[in-house]
Design a protein around this ligand. Sequence first.
Ligand code: G3P
Ligand code: CA
Length: 285
Amino acid sequence: MFSAERPLVIGHRGAPGYLPEHSLESYRLALRQGADALETDVVMTRDGVMILRHENELSRTTDVATRPEFAGRRTTKRVGKKKRTGWFTEDFTFPEVLSLNAPTLGTRIITLDTLLLLVAEESARRGVRIGLHIEIKHPAYFADLGLEMAEPLLRTLADHGVEGVGSRVWLQSFDADFVRAVSPRVDLPTMQLMDTDWGQVDVRDIATYADAIGPKKSMVRKKGQAPTTLVAEAHRAGLKVFVWTLRAGRDQAVRLYEAGVDGVFADYPDRCVAALREMYVEETA
Ligand code: G3P
Ligand code: CA
């Protein structure tokens, strides 16, 4: 049996080690494999619909490049630190996005609304509260385009009756200004994602506005090395630690769970479930 204190397995964009990321089937598979929670990325359409994608450029996973009616929308933009050429979600209405075939997703692009419904249905069916970690992608970029994200996000969550720690919904972003601004507006836990050197993290400052940190895994423990002090420092500051992204096998999962993290974002949720099963059966047998 698992201990009640055991850390979480979070299906990262579903179970993309097996099925296309951000597809309903991938999310369902993560749950069948024993994930406690799901992770998703949210970007905006021109008409303000929150859709699930890792990036706002559309051609990597859809047939937009073959559609003559959209040829004039191909353009080059700077998104965050990267310059990209292609077709961007903010230049398309939601019906236009829905009209795209997404063969590498195995389905059409889905909305946050749809995933919230799936989580509610599966929670009811299984008699457990499935967690959901929602990453808000590029909020400052979208706000500059007149597509502020906090308002539609909070409205969508309210429409689904999502509030309070008991809902097991977390909001997360790399954008510290966004996390600082949204935290006081919601009765939900928030997480500061980070991709930096672990020594540069001021956990006491983050603890003033968020409930957790989401470091990349090398900030917590590199292969063949002892853990850094980041997890201990974060826990002392009252922050939980969810680490991204586990793409290898059981050993990597064990290494990070042993470092004391509260959960891992996993591309292969079943491998992390197996690791925890070994670790926690031994402790509780
Ligand atoms: O949300 C955790 C992790 O997914 C952050 O990185 O780039 O995979 O969204 P990314
Ligand atoms: Ca993410």
